[in-house]
Every structure is written in C-alpha cells, then in structure tokens.
Design a protein around this ligand. Structure first.
Ligand SMILES: Cc1cc2nc3c(=O)[nH]c(=O)nc-3n(C[C@H](O)[C@H](O)[C@H](O)COP(=O)(O)OP(=O)(O)OC[C@H]3O[C@@H](n4cnc5c(N)ncnc54)[C@H](O)[C@@H]3O)c2cc1C
Length: 600
C-alpha cells in the first residue's frame, strides 16, 4: 500500500508533477469483472432504454420509473453501495463504468439514474449514521425506493447556501418541522425519499435531513416542468408545509448541510462526466453510419474533408474525455484504498478520497459536458436537414446534452471552483504551486535555452509541450494571485481564462499518457489512430491555452511585464514540429469509416 501512496498524486498535483504513463489507469485496463459489468450494462441500455427512445421523448415518466426499477432488479442501482447495505460494493472505477455505459440511451434515464444513485443516495452512505444507513440504504440500493435531492430553491441556485427553507425544532425536542419550496427536483414525481436542505434558526449554514415522501405529511408537488430536453426525467417543485421529521433523520450535524451538498456534488460531477461519455461515442457512431450512407454529389458525405474533420474531432474529444475520466476515477479509488488501509472507515475514506480530487471532478464536469454538446451539435450538422428532424436521434441528443452544463453546479461555477480550490490547496501547503511558479518567473527573466531537443521518441515533443503548458498556467495564475491576493475571486474573467488553461492541460495530458501506455504495450502501429487523436486534441488545447493565456496576461499586466509574459507564452506554447492536423484528422476519419463506428 505504501508504494501506491508514494506514486499517487494528490488532487491538483498533476499540474506540478510529472506522471508516468504506467501510473495512469486507462479504459484498456478494465479487469474481467469490469468488462463483464460493462457488457451487462450495455446490453441493458440497448434493450430497455435505447429500444424505447420515443417513449422517453413523449414524456412517459412512468416508463422512466419502470426502467429504473428494472435497473434496480439487476443490481445497477447498488453498484456504489457497500455490501452490508444491500449493494454490490464495487470500486470507484466500476461505479463510473456503470454510469458511463448506462447513460447513452436518453438523458431522461441517465438523469433519473444519476439523481438516484448519486445525490439521492450518496448523502446517506457518506454521512448517514449506522441506523440511517440500515433503515434507508438497502431499499435505495435495490430500487424498491427512489431518492431525490432537494437543494435548489427559487431564490437559491448557484448560491446554494442561501436557501430559505426552514427547520424548526419542536418543543419536546423530538422532531423538526420543515417549511419551504424547492425547485427543479429530479425524480420528485416518483421518489420515496428526499434529501432536504433547510436552515435551523439563523444558522450560517444549512442542515441536511432525510425526509420520507408522504403526502399526508405536508408534502406537495408542482406540475412536471416542460423542459428543452431530458423530457421524461421527472422534474418538479416540492413544497414542504409543516412537514414533520424526526430528529434522528438529521444528516451529519446541525449546519453540516452545505458540506454534505458540496461533497455529494463532487461525486455527482465526475459521474456526470462519465454519463456524457457513452453519449459521445453513440453520437459519433450514428454520425459515421449516416455519413457513409448519405450520398451527395454522387459521393458518400463521409468522404468529404469537411465531414471527415468533424468526425475526427468528435472522436478525439470523446477519447480525451474517457482518458481523463478513468484516470481520475482510479486516483480516487486508490486514495480510498490508502485511507482504508490507514484505518479510516469505508465511509470516511470514500468521503476524503473524492474530496481530494474535487478539482479534477470539476474539470471533468466542465470539459465533458461541453464536449458532448459540441459532439451532438456536429452530429446534427452531419445529418443536415435530417439532423433537425425529431425522426433522427441527433436533435434529442443535442437537447438532452444541454442540461449537463447547468446542473451539478453550472460550468461557470465549476470553472471558478477548479482554480479556487487549487489556490486554496496551495495556501494549505497540499500542492506546492509557489515553488514551481517562482521557477517559472525566474525562467522568464533568464535567457531562453537554444539547445536543440531530441524529439525522435513517440510523444517526446508533446510531453515537453505539456510541461511548458503547465508553466503557462503557473505564470498566469501565479502572477494573478500575486497581484490580486484574495481579491482574485472578484476577477472572474481571469478565473475563466485560468480554468480553461487548467482544463485543457488535464484533458490533453490524460489522452497522451493513455496513448503512450497503450503504444508501449500494444505497439505504435496498433495505436496509430489513438496517437493521432491525442496529437489532435493537444493541438487544439494549445490554441485554447494561447488565447486564454493572452487574454489573462493583457488583462492585468502592463508594459515590460506584459511583454515578458507574452514572450513566455509564445515560448511555452511553441511547437518545433507542427503536427499536420489535416493528416491527423484524415487518419482518424479513415479508421472510423472502416470500422463504421467509434472504435477506440
Ligand atoms: C432539469 C434540471 C434538473 C435539476 N435537478 C436538480 C435536483 O435534482 N436537485 C437540485 O437541488 N437542483 C436541481 N437542479 C437545479 C440546478 O442545480 C440549478 O439550476 C443550477 O445549480 C443553477 O442554479 P439556477 O438555475 O438558480 O441558476 P443561477 O444560479 O441563477 O445562475 C444563472 C447564471 O448565472 C451564473 N452565475 C450564478 N452565480 C454566479 C457567480 N457567482 N458568478 C458568475 N456567474 C454566476 C450561472 O453560472 C448561470 O449561468 C436541476 C435543474 C434542472 C434544469
């Protein structure tokens, strides 16, 4: 166990420490049990969800519930639940995998699944007392009961701790009376249990409660919301009117609700990223199949460079999303194992293990939710007019993808969190950003090296580039912290720039490390297209980093300082040998066409 600890990077440390490709977990490392799970889930998704796509589009909420029950019967709702509470007690990677492969049929089912297994159940498994876990978790794990999570209110969305729902202790000290209005509550229409956040007296922070859904106890629901997408996901307002809850149903302690809400969301965010992955694969596959069949100008449209480019970009972003999601998932799993080995209970270990990688969870949530949206958008474009029709799956995929940028913390909030948490970790001494940032500052003042680098080995230039891209982040964020101190949080546009740089570094590095690992074990020829995807992703990342780096620098640096930083930016983002991106895209697209599906 000690050796794992030595090699395991802390959350956010990817920015200042190199990772060996051998230390990265990749989807190609799934063990036999995970492969079997993946196949079982895919089979379920094909049979029960995808085959009935039109029922979801017609807002058949009862059908969503029926599918959830079937998922429960097969054990899929309990994968993350420890065995002693009726679940399968699988590791974090396996739980990600289930989320990934069960989610591509429709956003309606994947939202119901995510809301129940994540934010509807996790607060109890992570923070519940033994009695609470014994009483509630087994029913949730099997799907006998469904869970929902009531945080958002009309006046409290992103500012989640500002809710007005109240919890008042009774005179005999035995119960709380809950009053308030919650909105946008997924699964509200069919759940049996709510996790409710409410304020006791004038507490600074809200408190979490487990509330059974009993209409005779002052609980009423609003009508189903009419939404852009995820049409058969039940989303309703929930009203609590003198709802009586026994004191034993308080989660963790008084005022601990905000912490619970945030930690539940960390898990929710990385799992939401997973839930977008198979959608990207399926959208890409559907687009390829259409493009090889559809002819214009007597030519399959898949043979046109403009379409090949889209297909290749769609595949490359899905590939990077997979690479980064499973890399982070295994880090979390290993961190949980280390904590358990050092005496933490499973509950404490899981909580701290996920919290450690909260930065990566936010990065993944933002990156993958935007990738799936772009992927669906290009999918529509490849389908042309048919893409705009309800008769083809693209328009629903596009509408369904849209919500992922909003819930589990909007992408703006997650962008700010990713940088904010990193700065906090640096302040606490958990990640040494200051030392590396000072080195970069020295390097900027020094004379650049004109040594010719040997880039003959696979990815040697790309890895060198990644090291330099990290310097861009350290240069921009380091100077910004120095300049603004705690006021940095007021400079949101700068935080967006810094976050965009951070996100691209993590995603590009993950794609490269995965491919390097696989090229070493399967051979470079067998990984030709994956190499092309990793290089293409990095090329795009460099462009994004250049733009965001420049915007950041010119927003706060002037004169010589600005000049020096812009020169640094140029040096840190420079290719010696530019990849021929047209060739890279053609290589990827030809493989996709030959296999007639996303095949990586
Ligand atoms: C279909 C659906 C299902 C949902 N399911 C659930 C659920 O099950 N349980 C639950 O509790 N909630 C749920 N939500 C609510 C969801 O989490 C919130 O919608 C989300 O957190 C954003 O809050 P808001 O809608 O109030 O937007 P606002 O917070 O009003 O945000 C509006 C815009 O302002 C930006 N913004 C807000 N604050 C800042 C800031 N400080 N700095 C910069 N920009 C800012 C946001 O990024 C966004 O772009 C769901 C929402 C939807 C649409």
């Amino acid at each position: 166990m000690e050796t794992v600890e030595k090699e395991l990077l802390r959350g956010g440390q990817f920015l200042v420490k190199e990772s060996n490709c051998e230390d990265i977990f990749t989807p190609e490392d799934f063990n036999e049990e995970q492969q079997m799970m993946k196949e079982a889930v895919m089979e379920f998704n094909d049979r029960e969800v995808i085959a009935h796509r039109e029922r979801f589009e017609k807002k058949d909420y009862a059908f969503t519930e029926e599918c959830m029950r079937k998922a429960g019967e097969l054990g899929f709702l309990g994968v993350a639940v420890p065995e002693e509470y009726g679940g399968l007690g699988m590791g974090f990677v396996s739980t990600m995998l289930v989320c990934d492969y069960i989610s591509s049929g429709t956003g309606s089912f994947s939202t119901a699944f995510g809301a129940h297994t994540g934010i509807g159940t996790m607060p109890i498994t992570l923070y519940g007392t033994e009695e609470q876990k014994q009483k509630y978790v087994p029913q949730l794990a099997t799907g006998e009961w469904f869970g929902a999570y009531c945080l958002t209110e009309p006046g409290a969305g992103s500012d989640a701790n500002s809710g007005k729902t109240t919890a008042e202790l009774s005179a005999d000290g035995k119960t709380y009376k809950i009053n308030g209005q919650k909105m946008w509550i997924s699964n509200a229409g069919f759940c049996k249990l709510f996790i409710v956040f409410a304020r006791i007296e004038n507490d600074k922070n809200i408190t979490g409660f487990i509330v059974e859904n009993d209409p005779s106890n002052g609980i009423t629901l609003g009508e189903e919301e009419h939404k852009l997408g995820i049409r058969a996901s039940s989303t309703r307002q929930v009203f609590f009117n003198d709802t009586v809850v026994p004191v034993e149903n308080m989660l963790a302690g008084r005022g601990e609700g905000f912490k619970i809400a945030m930690n539940a969301l960390n898990v929710g965010r990385i799992k939401l990223a997973a839930a977008c992955l198979d959608s990207q694969r399926r959208i890409t596959t559907t687009a390829i199949q259409y493009a090889t069949e559809r002819k214009q100008f007597k030519t399959p449209i898949a043979d046109f460079g403009a379409i090949k480019s889209k297909l290749a970009e769609m595949a490359a972003s899905a590939y990077a999303g997979e690479s980064a999601s499973y890399r982070a998932a295994k880090n979390i799993e290993d961190r949980i194992a280390i904590r358990q080995a050092s005496g933490n209970t499973h509950q404490e270990a899981e909580l701290k293990g996920v919290e450690e990688y909260a930065i990566e969870c936010s990065i993944l949530k933002v990156a993958v939710s935007e990738d799936v949206q772009n992927c669906a958008d290009e999918g529509i474009q490849i389908f042309g007019g048919m893409g705009f029709s309800e008769e083809t799956p693209m328009e629903a995929a596009w509408r369904d993808a849209r919500i992922a940028r909003i819930y589990e913390g909007t992408n703006e909030i997650n962008r700010m969190l990713s940088v904010g948490m990193l700065v906090k970790k640096a302040m606490k001494g958990h990640v040494d950003l200051l030392g590396p940032a000072m080195k970069v500052a020295d390097e900027l003042m020094g004379i650049p090296s004109f040594d010719v680098q040997d880039y003959s080995e696979l990815f040697s230039e790309e890895k060198d580039l990644i090291t330099r891209l990290k310097k861009v982040f350290l240069m921009v964020a380091g100077s910004a912290v120095q300049k603004f101190g705690p006021d940095l949080e007021q400079h949101q546009q700068l935080l967006m720039n810094a976050s965009n740089i951070l996100i691209e570094i993590y995603m590009a590095e993950s794609a490269i490390l995965r491919t390097e690992k696989n090229a070493k074990r399967f051979g470079e020829e067998a990984q030709k297209e994956q190499i092309a995807m990793a290089q293409l992703y990095l090329f795009n990342a460099v462009e994004i980093i250049k733009k965001n780096g420049m915007e950041g620098i010119i927003s706060f640096a002037e004169g010589d300082e600005q000049k020096m930083m812009l020169m640094g930016l140029k040096r840190f983002t420079k290719y010696t040998n530019y990849p021929n991106v047209v060739e890279l895209r053609n290589t990827i697209a030809e493989k996709l066409k030959a296999e007639n599906k996303y095949c990586f």
